[in-house]
Design a protein around this ligand. Structure first.
Ligand code: UTP
Length: 465
């Protein structure tokens, strides 16, 4: 009966689809089994076709005129309010007002890794995964501030089960299970260059996660935002799963955000060269946001200040503070960030119904970006941090931002800490567990306190692999 009704429904739906010019998605319908028909039908019914039609129209139209850009006001690395900010952030952590939130729903296309990116092993000596690093940092903050920071993890339909299984298998890395909360982000269909939905099997439309900006609506729709409010969380420390050096719940950043009564804040690093492929934080037609590197024209890209520094130097790290009530206000009425279309290689059925992996982009995926929320914040803090200490994302299989550079950056960081206590380790990769020390100062203290001049637990010195 259920199937019959649904088949009837799909016939109705077919009219609408024909009207929308998408009748090809029912091309194989008559050859499908009942189960496949049901699956296809429920997928069709779950898609917001009016939004998709808007996106198709957007994807086919010309770009907006070039905006007017201005650099932001940046809190420098050496700032006189550093200690005050740190104290303020520590207070918030001790009071249990801070949650951590990692977005881990991406597809890792450039890395070419089929499992969730957080499971990728980056530890230069220990081979620990990104997720383990992040979990240990949160556990270390819990110990340091005698608190229980809840950790929200956004996954997607494609990697949710694998992510949860990974945490189960590792016993949640000693974190309390009630404080690790997973939820799935939304998905959107991909279109080809003629505005047609792409099929990746006879009973399935190709879908992809709706971007890290989808996290804001995801927080609401999953109930995570309400959960935060129930727990008395006031501010969210947002980060992306691929940054191995992220200083999770950094009290200094939290402190500045609180001192400025900011609604959304961001950490930046100085660009290393004008043509570095990183988005820059700045004012876009008067509103704070991130300008993608492809959107800067040459004049802006190479512009310098009187002291010779780059005018647009504030590289986006995708580390943010978000005020819970700000997020609530944004998503209360089904708010959407603007969509960005990107040309991608999307596996699709050829005219014989066979799945093909294209070598060139064959369609457009639509995403929203978290940094587009900056423009809605009444106040924001833009804080500069040291790239070598806080930013090393895993994006590509080789070259820039690859497993090799991430491991190299980790070794560099920890070697620096060792040098600070006079430990000279040559020709040997070194790694320090966040459970042993979270930063150089703590490392020095731990070594002095415990007189640990032999190799202590959590300090791994050894060969890679
Ligand atoms: P990227 O934009 O770098 O995408 O995501 P990616 O999936 O890691 O890699 P590519 O582009 O497919 O090669 C930056 C961060 O945002 C998350 C990712 O998991 C990563 O932490 N993200 C991205 C989501 O959570 N959902 C999305 O839809 C997109």
């Amino acid at each position: 009966m259920a199937a019959e009704t649904k088949i009837h429904n799909i016939k109705d739906k077919k009219d609408k689809l024909i009207y929308a010019g998408q009748e090809h998605i029912l091309k194989y319908y008559d050859k499908l089994s009942l189960k496949q028909r049901e699956d296809l039908l429920s997928q069709i019914l779950s898609i917001d076709m009016s939004l998709v039609n808007e996106l198709i129209a957007m994807g086919m139209t010309a770009k907006e005129p070039h905006p007017h850009l201005e650099p932001p006001c940046i809190i420098p690395i050496q700032d006189k309010r550093y200690q005050q900010a740190k104290g303020k952030g520590e207070e918030a952590l001790k009071d249990g007002r801070i949650a951590c939130f990692v977005v881990a729903g991406g597809q890792s296309t450039r890395l070419g890794y089929n499992l969730p990116k957080g499971t990728f092993e980056v530890g230069p000596v220990s081979s620990k995964s990104l997720f383990q690093y992040h979990a240990e940092k949160i556990a270390a903050m819990n110990n340091r501030y005698n608190t229980n920071i809840p950790w929200y993890i956004m996954t997607s339909k494609e990697n949710d089960t694998q992510t949860r299984d990974f945490f189960q298998r590792h016993d949640f890395f000693q974190l309390q299970t009630k404080d690790v909360i997973f939820f799935e982000q939304g998905m959107l269909p991909a279109i080809d260059f003629d505005g047609k939905l792409i099929m990746d099997s006879p009973d399935h439309i190709a879908m992809s996660p709706n971007g890290h900006g989808g996290s804001l609506l995801g927080l609401k729709e999953s109930g995570a935002l309400d959960d935060m409010r129930r727990r008395g969380i006031k501010e969210i420390f947002y980060f992306q799963v691929d940054n191995a050096l992220v200083k999770i719940a950094d009290p200094v950043f939290i402190g500045y955000h609180l001192l400025e009564k900011a609604e959304m804040s961001t950490k930046v690093v100085s660009k290393i060269r004008p043509d570095e492929m990183v988005g820059v934080v700045g004012y876009i037609n008067g509103r704070l946001g991130v300008i993608e590197y492809t959107e800067l024209n040459d004049e802006e890209r190479y512009a310098v200040n009187a002291d010779g520094s780059l005018r647009f130097k504030a590289g986006n790290t995708a580390i943010h503070m978000l005020n819970v009530e700000f997020v609530h206000r944004l998503v209360r009425d089904g708010f959407h960030l603007p969509y960005h279309g990107a040309r991608k290689k999307i596996p699709s059925l050829d005219k014989h119904g066979k799945l093909q992996k294209p070598h060139e982009p064959n369609g457009i995926k639509f995403e929203t970006f978290i940094f587009d929320a900056l423009r809605y914040a009444k106040h924001s803090v833009v804080m500069e941090v040291n790239r070598k200490e806080e930013f090393s994302p895993l994006k590509n299989i080789s070259g820039q931002d690859s497993p090799e550079t991430v491991r190299h950056d980790l070794i560099n960081l920890y070697t620096g800490w060792c040098k600070a206590v006079g430990l000279e380790i040559s020709d040997c990769p070194i790694e320090i567990s966040p459970l042993f020390a979270m930063d150089s100062d703590e490392f020095v203290q731990r070594i002095i306190d415990k007189e640990l001049w032999t190799q202590p637990e959590g300090l791994y010195i050894g060969s890679t692999g």
